[in-house]
Design a protein around this ligand. Structure first.
Ligand code: PHE
Length: 350
């Protein structure tokens, strides 16, 4: 073949090659095109092979044409590859588009249980007055639950707080007061002792709107030299104002506990009627929230604080009582039923 014939063929071949490059539509067809047109066995290589049949003076010329087309096709191939990749990316982007106008799926927000809220709030108040927080065992020894609190075996006061026994000497604590003794034993001889102890307690009670066989108390204990009943009243009054508002007052009524002397029941002004008398306070204007008193000398001495030198006060408040008053819950069982209709109301006001 002559050089000009090769040239015509080469040009016709290249024209087809360019057209077919334009017809490639993805990475796979592009690769097939490359093998066919630029690969070792491609049409281009065949033109190269024909060079040897030409006269020596025509070879460089034809070789240059073939090389020009190789470069040209290589460049077009690169351009096409970039074009196809961009198109592919575009398709993928469109496929992955997120429709942000769809309404979301909301997660419900959890909330603190009203009892936990009240405990946290009361703790905050007493922390502010310099108290520390302690916790004690719910399975308690008869020794701490009764004996060290001046409630001897066979004393009728034990009947007031009958409970669930595990063995002769182990029981579910009937109150948080055993922590008075445990705390003093842990702290002695340091003063002041200023501690509050929230926790679950148990009694053999019939469950009804105001009683539960398991409930929550918050024990308070202060021991130092010169602690007086007025300190007890002042502390409780500060607590009542902090939790129920500045107009709150407390009233102490004489009472009896074996581990305090003197002892008192402590009332708040009725939250519902402000003291005028209503159904909630049984027309008295007052609502009982806790038992308290001056720590009995026997309890102090037993726990290692010499009662001739030290005195103290203690109180035990009913946390459910406070929660019910604060949130207008009229049945203590509501606090244990785990009814979401009750609990969700606290999610909003959190
Ligand atoms: N522990 C007593 C009760 O559960 C309450 C109390 C505590 C009374 C501390 C006086 C002092 O009834």
């Amino acid at each position: 073949m002559r050089a000009d014939e090769i040239r015509t063929e080469l040009e016709a071949w290249a024209e087809v090659a360019v057209r077919r490059l334009g017809e490639t539509s993805d990475a796979k067809s592009l690769e097939a095109w490359r093998v066919e047109h630029l690969g070792k066995r491609s049409g281009l290589s065949q033109f190269m092979r024909q060079l040897s049949a030409l006269p020596a003076d025509e070879r460089p010329l034809v070789g240059a044409w073939v090389n020009r087309w190789r470069d040209e096709l290589q460049a077009r191939y690169e351009a096409r590859r970039a074009e196809l990749a961009a198109a592919e990316r575009q398709v993928q982007l469109e496929r992955e588009t997120i429709d942000i106008t769809l309404p979301g799926r909301p997660y419900r927000r959890g909330a603190m249980h009203p009892l936990s809220k009240v405990i946290a709030e009361i703790e905050e108040v007493f922390l502010g007055m310099g108290f520390e927080i302690a916790e004690g065992p719910e399975v308690e020894t008869e020794h701490y639950n009764f004996e060290m609190l001046n409630i001897p075996k066979d004393h009728p006061a034990r009947d007031m707080q009958d409970t669930f026994y595990i063995t002769e000497d182990l029981l579910l604590r009937t109150h948080t007061s055993p922590m008075q003794v445990r705390t003093m034993e842990r702290m002695r001889p340091r003063t002041p002792v200023k501690v509050i102890v929230p926790g679950r307690v148990y009694r053999r009670d019939e469950d009804d709107a105001t009683h539960s066989h398991a409930f929550t108390q918050m024990e308070g204990l202060v021991v130092d030299e010169g602690i007086r009943m007025s300190d007890l009243k002042g502390t409780l009054e500060a607590f009542a104002k902090a939790v129920f508002g500045p107009n709150q007052r407390v009233r102490l009524r004489p009472s009896f506990f074996p581990f305090t002397e003197p002892s008192a029941e402590v009332d708040l002004v009725c939250i519902h009627c402000g003291g005028n008398g209503c159904r909630v306070c049984k027309e008295t204007g007052w609502i009982e929230i806790l038992g308290a008193g001056m720590v009995h000398p026997r309890v102090l001495d037993g726990a290692g604080y010499d009662s001739r030198r030290y005195s103290g006060f203690a109180f035990g408040l009913g946390v459910e009582r406070i929660a019910m008053l604060k949130y207008g819950i009229d049945d203590i069982r509501q606090l244990y039923l785990n009814d979401l209709r009750l609990l969700r109301q606290f999610a909003r006001v959190q």
